[in-house]
Design a protein around this ligand. Sequence first.
Ligand SMILES: [Zn+2]
Length: 267
Amino acid sequence: MPVAAERVPVTIYHGTSWRPEPKRLDRVRLALHFAIAADYGFASIDYELLAAWRDRGAALPQRPILFDFDHPMRSIHRVIWPLMAHHGYTGTLYVNTSWMEKVGDDRYMTWQEIRDLVAVGWRIGAHLHHHFNLAYLARLDHSGGLIREQMALNNRILLEQLGVVPVVFAYTGTTFSVVAEAEARRRYRFARLWITGASYETDRGTMRFADLAGVEGPDESDGGPPLAARYVTADTSPHRLPAMEPQGLIYEEAAFRRYLEGALSGG
Ligand SMILES: [Zn+2]
C-alpha cells in the first residue's frame, strides 16, 4: 500500500535580506524558521525522495519538508547553511547560471561554494541560464525554442561545473507558461511554482494560483490560495508544485507555525 497522501510543506527563500525591506529575512528570522520546523519534528527531504514516494510508495520521514532556495546568493552559504546544519537540514539550490558569470560580485556564491553545499547533501535545481520571464519568452517564441535554449544551457553548465543533472526546475519569478511547462516536463521530474499571493502571471494572462494548481475552493482571507494548494501531495501536478514565500503570507511567526501545522492535520 502506498503511503497516504500527506501534505509536504515547501518554503522558498532567496538568501537573507541584503537591503532594507519591510519583511526582513535576517539571520534571526531564518534561525527561528528552522528551529520551529525542528520543534515540530520536520525532516528535510529532496526531490529524488519525493519522486520515489510518488512513483513507488517509498517511505518519507514522518514529517517531511522541502527547503528551496532560488538563486546562488552567498548568504545561503555563509549564513543559512550553518543554521540549517544545526538541525540536520539540507536544501535544494536553484542556480540561474548566468549570475555565476558576474565575476567579483560578492552577493553571489562561487562555484566552489556551491560545491561545498553539494558535498554535504544539498541538491541542485534548474532555473534557466538567464532569469527570463517565462510568459514573455513563450510569447516571443510559441515553439518554445527560446525556453528550450535557456534550459539546455543551464543544464549543460550545471553538469560541467557540478556534475549534476537536476531533477527539478523552478519557474522564474511568478511567471508560468504552458510552453515552459511542456519543456520542463521533457527535462525535469518536477517543476516548482512560487506562491506570493493568490494570483499568477501566465502566457494566458493573470490567473488564480488555485486554478493553475487545479485546486477547488475560494482563496483564503490572508490573500493567498486555498490551503490545500499550498502543500505538495501525492496528487499535486508534478510540474505545478507549490512553494511558499516566507516574506509573504507566512512571514509572521504565527502564520509560519500555522503553515507547518497544516501539514500535520490527519497525520
Ligand atoms: Zn528566480
